[in-house]
Design a protein around this ligand. Structure first.
Ligand code: AMP
Length: 282
């Protein structure tokens, strides 16, 4: 299993793969790997000759210093998990300097307004940080295909927009949300929940599923109010937002349009840990 920590060395290694006309798949992660991450790698392994996985906790996409500091860093365990999938995965686990050199700062991006909704509204600068790291990693790895989870659906749409705007020669592939047996979307943050909270957090997906049912007969506003009320009754949760929005533009649904696909998006705190999830409403 090859673990690279320097972009120069990784690029050198990849150049022979590119010369041999082999395809490169890429799965960017921040580590603390779980089955959700591994499902992305599995898909990438099926569709490419070589797969690179990056493990990098990107400081510029955190708007909360405590969240950045507490983010789990478990490289050794991550490598062991990847080994169970394939010995041939290439791992790029740089330090901050290898990526940012002297200047630890984000570039600014215009994603045609996608960055102003939901996560962008609540985590200022987050998507500038995401764009900065994704663009840099694409430059270093030059993948043919890159895999992103629908768990971070807004991020997936933002990355597609980034590729379109900069005309980057990479295909972006969205992968389904992997869930724990109780329905909770897998996340590295789940590790920070107490066992009780982890059980209770099943309520998030249960409520999303109910909202999907409600949305068949009710308006977006009515459906949203029902979700808000359900969370208000729960003393363990603090709902940050629930929105039903158009998948493409992420604009909130004011009036149902049969030509549009909608998704319900949620961000909620439990034990001060912020969890996000989403569900297609069709
Ligand atoms: P992260 O390490 O949280 O930045 O996630 C790395 C990639 O894995 C992103 O594209 C995420 O959307 C994806 N991902 C995280 N959790 C899941 C999940 N439960 N199911 C599918 N993909 C996921």
């Amino acid at each position: 299993m090859l673990v690279f920590t320097e972009k120069k060395v990784l690029s050198q290694h990849l150049s022979s793969i590119i010369e041999a006309n082999k395809s490169i798949g890429f799965v960017p992660t921040m580590g603390a790997l779980h089955q959700g991450h591994l499902s992305l790698m599995e898909q990438a392994l099926k569709e490419n000759d070589t797969v690179v996985v990056s493990i990098f906790v990107n400081p510029t996409q955190f708007n909360n210093i405590e969240d950045l500091e507490k983010y789990p860093r478990t490289l050794e365990a991550d490598v062991n998990k990847m080994q169970t999938l394939s010995e041939n995965l290439l791992i790029y686990a740089p330090d901050v300097k290898d990526i940012y050199e002297q200047k630890l700062a984000s570039e600014s991006f215009d994603y045609d307004g996608l960055e102003l909704k939901m996560e962008g509204k609540h985590r200022l600068g987050h998507f500038d940080g995401v764009g900065t790291i994704v663009k840099r990693l694409f430059e270093i790895i030059t993948p043919n295909r890159a895999y992103f989870g629908e768990k971070d659906f807004q991020q997936l749409q933002i990355v597609k927009k980034l590729v379109e705007k900069f005309q980057l020669p990479v295909q972006i592939i969205g992968c389904p949300i992997f869930r724990e047996p109780n329905g909770l979307a897998m996340s590295s943050r789940n590790e920070r929940l107490s066992p009780q909270a982890r059980k209770k957090a099943a309520f998030i997906y249960e409520t999303l599923q109910k909202s999907k049912q409600n949305f068949i007969t009710k308006s977006a506003q009515e459906t949203t109010e029902i979700v808000e009320k359900a969370f208000n009754k729960q003393k363990n949760f603090k709902l940050e937002y629930f929105e039903i929005a158009d998948e493409k533009t992420l604009c909130i649904c004011q009036k149902k349009d049969n030509n549009k696909k909608y998704r319900g998006f949620i961000a909620v705190f439990i034990e001060n840990i912020r969890l996000i999830d989403n569900i297609p409403m069709y």
